[in-house]
Unconditional design. Structure first.
Length: 402
């Protein structure tokens, strides 16, 4: 089955998405997500100028060989732009292979290991009370696991607090918005949030929290300790992880489970974290970590060390990524949880999909392939709209980690 054509589709049904469509001489086509939030055009150029020309004429069934060709053949390895481009190709090829076999993708990967994929939703509010109410609304919708974030007194634009409603969208201005961060205020506030949530919502519900890289290792250790009584499912990105060894310090001091990896793009980014069992959940996902092919390698390493998966699933990961991730999640033996931030109705209309939510679980559906398509005519009605993620500064103006 020969690849005859590949095209990049950029659309903005409420937010920007980049999608790669690969067509074959047998009429079967596949699609893959290539969205890199705030840096979309870099991946578009990488695909159009450097990847598509070498794909034409190749056998679409040779997924591994094409992956190795794009990874080793570029000479310049790894990095979010390269790995997102490779992921888009890889996802589209797995879609094609499963469609050609007439099977849902999870069957090709090894079949279902569970009945459904446990997901967590995002509850947030301007203060603790609003967040507690939002957790209640998510419970009413059937969620069994909920991430909770709240505004912090004395902090303008704390991470994770939406500007209203169900959809939290951090990339919302053409030039980066400047937010202010205060670690002392946050460290005093976060334990109070979870104390209230446990008091109001009980022990059964799983609670998660994203620190979004704001703390130093010793501060992260302190927060982890302070949160222990509230038994979190995980504390995410408590400190930047380029220096994987930094997690040794956090780990020595707290039993709060740790999750890391949404910005990683290769197994090498998390090798130490996994092999030294410094984390409990690895958050790499299909689009930013080289597709199904590479994610499988990361999960395989993690399985040896009892580290479970907990893939990133914010709205900047398109329904195409979500669909592929859910097939992966249904199969992967060491599955932990899947993040699920709902897309808007406009986005869902552009990307018709087979996955469905029921009682706190998502199921990828049984449509052949990964079960997500793109309505190209509708996509064309939403032109690209440049948006970037915010930056954070300390109260004295020092640039910090957003
Ligand atoms: C999460 C994330 C996101 C990111 C976003 C950046 O855990 O869902 O931290 O909200 O900030 O994906 O593009
Ligand atoms: Mg996160």
């Amino acid at each position: 089955m020969k690849i005859t054509r590949a095209t990049v589709i950029v659309t903005c049904p409420g937010r920007n998405f980049v999608t790669l469509k690969i067509e074959t001489d047998e009429g079967v086509y596949g699609i893959g997500d290539a969205t890199l939030n705030g840096r979309e055009k870099a991946v578009v150029a990488y695909l159009e100028d450097h990847v598509i020309p070498v794909l034409i004429g190749r056998d679409a069934h040779r997924i591994e060989d094409i992956w190795q060709y794009l990874y080793k053949g570029a000479y310049w390895r790894r990095g979010p732009v390269t790995m997102s481009a490779i992921a888009a190709v890889d996802t589209a090829l797995w879609d094609i292979k499963a469609k050609a076999a007439g099977l849902p993708l999870y069957q090709i990967l090894g079949g279902a290991s569970r009945e459904g994929v446990l997901v967590y939703g995002h509850a947030n509010g301007a203060d603790i009370g609003e967040t507690a109410d939002a957790v209640g609304r998510y419970r009413d919708m059937g969620y069994r696991a909920i991430r909770a974030q709240s505004g912090v007194p004395g902090v303008k634009g704390a991470y994770g607090v939406g500007k209203g409603g169900l959809y939290y969208e951090p990339a919302d201005s053409a030039l980066p918005e400047e937010t202010v961060w205060s670690t002392p205020h946050y460290l005093r506030h976060a334990p109070k949030l979870f104390e209230r949530l446990r008091a109001e919502h009980g022990e059964e519900i799983e609670l998660l929290h994203d620190v979004h890289h704001r703390l130093t290792p010793i501060e992260a250790a302190r927060l982890g300790k302070d949160l222990e009584p509230f038994r979190l499912f995980w504390m995410e990105d408590c400190t930047p992880a380029e220096n994987q060894e930094a997690f040794r310090l956090v780990r020595r001091h707290t039993t709060t489970p740790l999750a890391v990896g949404e910005i990683f793009n290769s197994v090498h980014d998390c090798r130490t974290l996994i092999q030294e069992q410094l984390i409990d959940f690895i958050r790499t996902t299909v689009v930013h970590a080289g597709g199904i092919t590479h994610l499988r390698q990361i999960a395989g390493l993690a399985a040896l060390y009892q580290v479970r998966t907990g893939s990133h699933g914010a709205t900047d990961l398109s329904p195409v990524c979500m669909g592929a991730a859910l097939h992966f999640d249904l199969w992967v033996p060491n599955f932990g949880i899947q993040e699920y931030m709902r897309h808007t109705e406009e986005t869902d209309a552009v990307f018709p999909h087979a996955y469905r939510f029921e009682n706190g679980y998502l199921h990828p559906g049984d449509t052949p392939g990964h079960g997500v398509d793109i309505d190209e005519a509708l996509a064309a009605k939403y032109p690209y709209n440049p948006k970037q993620l915010p930056v954070a500064r300390l109260t004295d103006g020092t640039l910090w980690n957003w």
